[in-house]
Ligand binder design. Sequence first.
Ligand code: FMN
Length: 328
Amino acid sequence: MANLTSQFFGLELKSPVIAASSSMTGDLEQIKKLAQAGVGAIVLKSLFEEEIDAQLQEELSKRKALEPDPEYMDYFDYIIRDENLKDYTSLIRQAKQAVDVPIVASVNCVSTVDWVVFSKKLEEAGADALELNLFALPSDVTKSNEASEQFYFKTIAEVLKTVSIPVSIKISHYFSNLAGMIQRLSETGVSGISLFNRFYSPDIDINQEEVVGADVLSNPSDYLMPLRWTGIMASKTACPLAATTGVHSAETAIKFLLAGANAVQIASVLYTNGAAVVTEMNQQIAAWMDEKGYSSVADFKGKLAVGEADATLYERAQFMKYFSQKSF
Ligand SMILES: Cc1cc2nc3c(=O)[nH]c(=O)nc-3n(C[C@H](O)[C@H](O)[C@H](O)COP(=O)(O)O)c2cc1C
């Protein structure tokens, strides 16, 4: 059978199919199933700064009436952060004992302060690598691009100074100069960049006339945007890329490898089809490789990245040619 080995997170992976961070990877039984199904690595559910802060605010508002002492509030802040950290480091330890695939800890940063300290603790707990789930919605019209972007570079630099395990990042596409930003981020010393994270999105219920949460899971056609940017950027980055969002099949995974990604990160399809989909994807990627005569992922990775393929194939954005050829 074809060799599916690939590299991402600064690690050697036995498959390019990675279990992306989600609530599923926050559960030890699911982690065991994913490992058994043949994932190349498992990214644990993120440790969320905002979740901890929300918990803290809830507790503080309950207690404020009873105990207004500011010193006590600080102490309580410490306790909540410590409890969350203990639960997370315990999951890392249990996962490391239970499975033999790399365990990647994930931190969601909206500020830089605690995450540097937290990253060190996650490394000490035995994580093989760290993924920074970096996102700040650039919705503040008074903030300059430079100020928005600074958060990313500052967080990465601080974390890289603190830990010695490989650090990768998962980012959104919300940048005004996306190509330039991906390239500059790739030169910071990170071991990999995953394009692009999927977020909670608002939708509107026209019957209730209210803003509601949109569907959480991706659709199989959602891969097209990350595919374009993988193809454009794979030959221009100083670190490997992985793709995430909309990878629901072996066929889509192969497209990303051809476009130059080292790996794909999957979440939604694990919710709809279960961990067994990983075994199927591995088998189907290997069967395709056998049929094409490729013995390793390196034999075809990037075969259709810009540089090998014409840039205009990825950069064309208007439908003009399409409309002139098709009749509706
Ligand atoms: C239910 C759910 C929970 C998620 N939780 C996290 C998380 O804790 N941290 C994170 O970085 N990404 C999280 N994600 C994003 C996934 O890791 C993944 O990057 C994204 O969903 C795109 O992949 P997909 O199209 O295969 O779902 C979550 C996704 C889903 C669907």
